[in-house]
Ligand binder design. Structure first.
Ligand SMILES: [Zn+2]
Length: 378
């Protein structure tokens, strides 16, 4: 709620500053940011027709949509709103406080907030530096946990590229920005270049966006399977979502928990678990990923984390971001997610004396047998 009010106020203020009474907008004279927004809109209007639908299709194919991404879409005027007060919503409010809403929404319209993801998914290689967190603060923890989770699950995982998403990287030079914009819009790099320049100008003018280091530019964690045109699977960890976890006091376990959940999706890809296109099968896949993740975190041969601490963190983690409950891709209610995690912790703890790890397919079969009980949790 508060987020929407903030942005609306900013939009009104910007409009008042740039449209003189009774006249047409003479943005350039009134404000450099309004002029830059106008330039961006004009250059977008010159793109080959259909770029918006190509952008939407591209993002869908890349698997961008998640509970996290929905918050970004809502906060940047692209789609929906979250009317429930949530910890994540408060965090996003705090990162945009005082920002010019017109600038934020214009960048959102151009796809600016998903651009770091496009850059990583399309262009990350083994040479991409593996520093996790905006200041590298999660590098050691996540690198070790990723090494451990690869050994833990019985799937082929050597080819998974584990890479960070830093919001500012793609805006480092205009060619790099244009390269990803071209893919997103389905146009040539030279056609995308004016937009790249506009976006870089806007980022330089709005301090809250900090050149792309604002957490909204990297507010996701994504497991990407191999798909036509990409040679290997990826696990992408955005700085922004981890900054949010730190802000919420969950920085100790949540980043590993997010990574382990995403790795759970790789287990699903490798084991050929079917994802249907409906809400129920999406929820099954997400709750299963929660279970796969928690099993690894608690198991003596996984991260061997304290069960109570892990579940306490999980509870907070599930409660801070619950919105959009009826849409496809929803991860289940907080109670269902807790039930999936608690079930997985019990399975891990029953194995404690001998330390055996369930083969992933047996674990999944047991999960499916337990699923009706998990879904019934309130
Ligand atoms: Zn997931």
């Amino acid at each position: 709620m508060r987020r929407r009010v903030l942005l609306k106020a900013a939009v009104v203020a910007a409009a008042a500053a740039t449209v003189p009474l009774g006249g047409r907008a003479v943005a350039s004279a009134a404000s450099p940011t309004a002029a830059a927004v106008a330039a961006l809109r004009a250059d977008l209007a010159r793109l080959p027709a259909g770029w918006q639908s190509r952008l939407a299709a591209r993002l869908k194919a890349m698997g961008w949509t998640s509970p996290w991404s929905r918050y970004v879409s809502a906060a940047t005027g692209q789609a929906g709103t979250c009317s429930q007060p949530t910890g994540i919503g408060d965090y996003i409010d705090s990162t945009l406080k005082g920002a010019d809403g017109e600038v934020v929404n214009a960048i959102g319209m151009a796809g600016g907030f998903v651009l770091p993801f496009v850059d990583v998914i399309e262009f990350a290689t083994d040479a991409t530096p593996r520093t996790f967190g905006v200041n590298g603060e999660y590098t050691t923890t996540l690198t070790h946990a990723f090494r451990d989770v690869k050994r833990f699950w019985d799937i082929a995982s050597d080819d998974i590229l584990f890479v960070p998403m830093h919001g500012a990287d793609v805006f480092g030079d205009e060619r790099r920005t244009a390269r990803s914009l071209a893919l997103l819009y389905g146009v040539s790099e030279s056609e995308a270049l004016p937009i790249a320049r506009d976006l870089r100008t806007l980022l330089a003018l709005e301090p809250r966006l900090d050149g792309g280091r604002n957490p909204l530019f990297s507010f996701n964690a994504v497991a990407v399977p191999t798909y036509p045109g990409s040679d290997r699977p990826k696990l992408i960890m955005g700085d922004g979502i981890m900054q949010a976890m730190t802000w919420l006091g969950l920085g100790d376990i949540a980043p590993r928990s997010i990574m382990a959940h995403e790795f759970g999706h790789h287990v699903q890809f490798e084991d050929g678990i079917e994802f249907g296109g409906d809400v129920a099968s999406g929820r099954r896949a997400e709750l299963m990923a929660d279970a796969l993740g928690t099993y690894f975190l608690v198991h003596a041969r996984g991260q061997a984390l304290n069960t109570k601490r892990t579940l306490d963190t999980a509870r907070s983690f599930y409660e801070v971001g619950d919105c959009y409950t009826e849409e496809f891709g929803h991860h289940g209610t907080p109670a269902q997610r807790m039930a999936a995690s608690r079930w997985a912790a019990d399975v891990a703890n029953e194995a404690r004396p001998q330390g055996a790890i369930q083969p992933s397919r047996s674990f999944v079969a047991r999960f499916d047998a337990a699923l009706p009980g998990i879904l019934a949790a309130t």
